[in-house]
Design a protein around this ligand. Structure first.
Ligand SMILES: Nc1ncnc2c1ncn2[C@@H]1O[C@H](COP(=O)(O)OP(=O)(O)OP(=O)(O)O)[C@@H](O)[C@H]1O
Length: 287
């Protein structure tokens, strides 16, 4: 099975480095790119979509190389975070127009219907974009990215701004696409990755800190996640260096989850989640 191979990719803006010698090997399925603002995720996605060139490195997918820009572009679909579309046009007309711009020549109406079906918008095809909710517009965004049957689909901040129901629906659509193609989602919402992805990479300051399956990344925090039960008074005076990740209110106490190299008093060790692994790696990099 072909994989997307990113080898030694670097990018600077003027003198400022944005990506430092990135290596990633991405297989079919859902792949998460996780990192805080400024980590370099958008830069990497813009390189993959050939919007900007890398300064160094190689990117290939089977016989396709990013050096043959137009050919490579034809196998990539992209939904940018800032996807917007003219509001006074109907859904099907908008997609037919985009299909032509993408260079599709035959059976355009049928191909538009297929992608509308994939994103559950077939019944809304004759509505104007202005009549759709934010979540539905985002699904139109996925539909346009799917035109041309890309082998690699890249989605930036897939669920930001969506309500919980639409978020779940959107993740489901991405997972369906991930059965046949590579889907790369870039986000700082850990839950998006935890609920949809098989594999992920964590980026920070232009570097890949770790790549692997979700469990492996979670394990970065193994032996460092603790749960302690405290009184309300103790809870309100928790020192900053406890590194509280989350807390749950019980009837007359609080359960507090913390990140620590050493066992806190009465601390019970927990098995780490992806968020714990991510927070641990961030803390390690920043200290
Ligand atoms: N067009 C640009 N010109 C100059 N510097 C840029 C440009 N785009 C990004 N950068 C810088 O490159 C670095 C990586 O930014 P990038 O947008 O790729 O990160 P990100 O992980 O996508 O962050 P965010 O989640 O905020 O979009 C940052 O230091 C950013 O300031």
């Amino acid at each position: 099975m072909e994989s997307l191979q990113i080898k030694g990719v670097s990018k600077t803006y003027g003198k400022n480095p944005a990506l430092n010698n990135i290596h990633l090997n991405i297989q079919r399925g859902m792949f998460g790119l996780l990192g805080p603002n400024g980590a370099g995720k958008t830069t990497l996605m813009r390189i993959l979509t050939t919007i900007i060139p890398a300064n160094k490195g190689e990117i290939t997918f089977g016989r396709y190389s990013i050096k043959q820009e137009n050919e490579f572009k034809s196998i990539v679909g992209y939904l940018p975070q800032s996807f917007s579309i003219y509001k006074q046009i109907k859904v099907d007309e908008a997609l037919q127009h985009i299909a032509v711009l993408k260079g599709l020549k035959h059976n355009i109406r049928q191909k538009v219907n297929e992608v509308l079906e994939q994103v559950n918008l077939l019944e809304h095809q004759h509505k104007k974009i202005a009549q759709l909710s934010g979540g539905m517009i985002r699904r139109v965004g996925i539909a346009q990215a799917l035109l041309g049957e890309p082998q690699i689909l890249i989605v930036d901040e897939p669920t930001s701004g969506l309500d919980p129901e639409e978020r779940i629906r959107f993740r489901k659509i991405l997972r369906q696409v991930g059965n046949q193609s590579i889907v790369i989602i870039s986000t700082h919402i850990v839950e998006d990755i935890e609920t949809t992805c098989d594999q992920a990479a964590i980026m920070f300051n232009g570097n890949v800190l770790i790549q692997g399956n979700i469990r492996d990344i979670s394990q970065a925090a193994a032996g460092k996640v603790w749960e302690t039960t405290v009184t309300p008074e103790q809870f309100h005076n928790i020192p900053y260096d406890w590194n509280v990740i989350s807390s749950y209110r019980e009837e007359d106490s609080y359960r507090v989850k913390t990140l620590s190299e050493i066992q806190p008093e009465n601390g019970k060790m927990l098995s780490p989640s992806l968020e714990d692994g991510y927070l641990y790696l961030m803390k390690r990099e920043k200290s």
